[in-house]
Write a protein that binds this ligand. Structure first.
Ligand code: MRU
Length: 356
């Protein structure tokens, strides 16, 4: 997508020895890119959330494996890089999906061929991600357009976290639906959840502003009130891992939005690329590992001071006990539909849609 009129992707290969990423820890204040040239820098980027969002983590991990093999392409080095990259973040299954795909391709190859093959495969995964999310955008946009045909006014869409081009390679998942609808001239307005504690909603606001889409940033506690007053026509979120039964694990706070949507008869959709579906999981609540991040993400707020300088505000002291689970699970019964690259399905029919 475009930044100041220039097309960017969240990640691009630089030759065959590095990848260039957008440093998301500096947004929305500064747009900066940086190059990752080895596996350790890749792991740091994923852990520190310089790169984030389930699809992007998967693609970054694939390139990171390629970088590791440039140094040492032995079986032992491949196994170690796989293990270390996989441990970088535990919840989004796209990382495991891409690393498994890479390993299955690379293990049978002679070590001398592995680095080049890995780089090519990581590029293929990146291109597939774009194609998948374009298809999700088309299917999701049709949901928004259908509401517009019924209400004949701008459609109010509520979204949580950041599911845009920053979270994937390009376009995004739930935001791809919003971009596609907007580009097809469907009038719409987006309620953007702030998404404490990391405030990924600020990334969403930044993306929407860059694309000229009407939006309003709201505190996380606001959505239920808006739904009660008829101000939300549709909620659409992304996902970090979806069970075969259609339970949706996504950014913390998603579940509360789904509960409020259910109580108010607001349709609640998850936009889900197939690499985000974990066919081995039947009960997301019991089986998906939920990442627990540093309590400092809750204690300390990052922003800009009155003079526009980077600032950290300590809301409480470091001794205050904090719980910081990064994701939650929305049970399938609260999900109206799952938007995939193959179309929109009821959660219960997800496995059948993919022949699983
Ligand atoms: O912790 P994050 O910012 O990586 O979490 C991201 C989300 O939860 C997104 O909603 C999800 O990855 C879907 S993005 C296409």
């Amino acid at each position: 997508m475009k930044v100041d009129g220039v097309h960017h992707r969240s990640i691009v290969a630089v030759g065959d020895a590095a990848m260039r990423i957008v440093d998301q820890t500096r947004l929305p204040y500064e747009f900066n890119t940086l190059e990752l040239a080895d596996c350790a820098a890749t792991i740091h980027a994923i852990r520190s959330m310089q790169v984030r969002g389930a699809p992007l983590i998967g693609v970054t991990g694939a390139y990171g494996l390629g970088l590791a093999l440039r140094t040492d392409a032995s079986d032992a080095a491949l196994a170690a890089a796989y293990t270390d990259l996989l441990a970088a973040r535990p919840t989004a299954v796209n990382l495991r999906w891409s690393l498994d795909r890479m390993r299955a391709l690379l293990v049978p190859l002679p070590p001398a061929q592995r680095a080049a093959a890995a780089w090519q495969e990581a590029g293929a995964i990146a291109e597939e991600d774009v194609a998948i999310n374009r298809a999700i955008g088309a299917h999701g946009a049709e949901l928004i357009a259908a509401i517009h045909r019924r209400v004949a006014r701008p459609v109010n869409v509520l979204t949580h976290c950041n599911t845009g081009w920053l979270a994937a390679v390009d376009y995004g998942t739930a935001l791809s639906a919003i971009y596609t609808a907007h580009d097809a001239r469907v009038p719409l307005h987006v309620w953007v959840d702030e998404t404490r504690p990391r405030n990924q909603g600020l990334l969403t606001a930044w993306e929407l502003a860059a694309h000229g889409i009407d939006y309003t940033l709201i505190a996380d506690n606001t959505g239920g009130h808006l739904m009660q007053h008829g101000d939300v026509d549709l909620a659409i979120v992304g996902a970090d891992r979806v069970s075969r039964t259609g339970d949706v694990c996504n950014k913390i706070g998603t579940y509360l939005k789904a509960l409020a949507a259910h109580d108010n008869g607001v349709p609640f959709y998850a936009a889900v690329p197939s690499p985000t579906i974990d066919w081995t999981v039947a009960d997301a609540l019991a089986e998906i590992p939920i990442e627990e991040r540093s309590g400092d993400e809750v204690r300390i707020v990052r922003g800009r001071d009155d003079a526009g300088r980077p600032a950290h505000v300590h809301l409480v002291s470091g001794e205050v006990p904090v719980a910081n689970p990064a994701f939650d699970v929305t049970p399938a019964r609260l999900v109206t539909g799952i938007v995939t690259e193959r179309g929109v399905t009821a959660p219960a029919a997800l496995a059948a849609l993919f022949g699983q």
